[in-house]
Write a protein that binds this ligand. Structure first.
Ligand SMILES: N[C@@H](CCC(=O)N[C@@H](CS)C(=O)NCC(=O)O)C(=O)O
Length: 263
């Protein structure tokens, strides 16, 4: 039975799952979704994933949504090598890290990427009415509201400052943890490290490394996670069209980020 993954090249949540599959050396079949065209917002795809997002995993005829749940599922279904520590305390730490992403950090990165760079891709070639119609295909009212504000207002959106503040706190927390332990959950590389790898990469692509330039332990950890063989799950899927856009718009937005950091 082949593992199937509905994913997107640059999506952070999809990158989490691809990193996990690569770490476990599992073969999988790709269904690549174009998020700018709205591939996830069709009635057919919503039958697989009611939230209209990637990733979605299909294994053994079972549909599994939510990137953290998928990573845990893969570790349960294919336990060798395991990417979760045996020690209950370290396992609890993994959950504490992944929970934070699911409860706000991922949305905050969506806000940062969207306001700074991706809104330009959303707007290109669409009239205002078409943009609104596209956003209205998002099932949850809260996400729809955020997408409207971030798409039309860019970094002037009311969601931008709290998102930067949340990531500033995260970088402080990472540095504290990595000053005590080599990896996020303790002595060994785990799902916690995998889960945060795409987000550090995103900050890097946006030229937002200033968020952690004075955090030597985090910088060292970022070098170590990038040097791992499974990082090919990010590198081999880089969409070269995104990189110059993220760089140009990220550099232009940085003075506002710096202002927020220095408040
Ligand atoms: N909580 C979900 C979030 C997934 C998510 O936000 N996916 C984004 C890409 S990172 C997406 O598919 N967006 C498509 C869209 O908004 O049209 C998970 O962890 O799987």
């Amino acid at each position: 039975m082949t593992i199937e993954l509905y994913h997107n090249d640059m999506s952070t949540c999809a990158q989490k799952v691809r990193l996990t599959l690569a770490e476990k050396e599992l073969n999988w079949e790709s269904h690549h979704m174009d998020l700018r065209k709205g591939d996830t917002r069709t009635p057919e795809y919503k039958k697989l994933n009611p939230g209209a997002v990637v990733p979605t995993l299909i294994d053994d005829n079972q549909i599994i949504c939510e990137s953290t749940v998928i990573m845990e599922y893969l570790d349960d279904a294919y336990p060798n090598p395991s990417v979760r520590p045996k020690d209950p305390v370290e396992r609890a730490r993994v959950r504490t890290w992944t929970k934070q992403l699911d409860e706000g950090l991922h949305a905050a990165v969506g806000t940062i990427s969207g306001t700074v760079a991706f809104r330009h891709q959303m707007i290109a070639g669409r009239t205002e009415e078409e943009i609104i119609a596209f956003i209205n295909l998002i099932p949850e009212p809260e996400r729809r509201e955020r997408s409207l504000d971030t798409t039309f207002k860019g970094i002037e959106s009311r969601y931008f400052r709290p998102a930067i503040k949340r990531w500033e706190k995260l970088f402080a927390d990472l540095e504290t943890t990595l000053s005590k332990n080599l990896w996020l959950a303790g002595k060994t590389y785990s799902l916690a490290d995998i889960a945060y790898t795409p987000y550090l990469t995103r900050m890097d692509h946006l030229q937002f490394m200033g968020l952690f330039k004075n955090r030597p332990k985090t910088l060292d950890w970022y070098d170590r996670i990038k040097a791992r063989p499974n990082y090919s799950a990010i590198n081999e899927w880089i969409n070269e069209k995104y990189i110059p856009l993220m760089k140009e718009k990220g550099i232009a937005a940085w003075p506002r980020v710096d202002e927020i950091l220095n408040e």
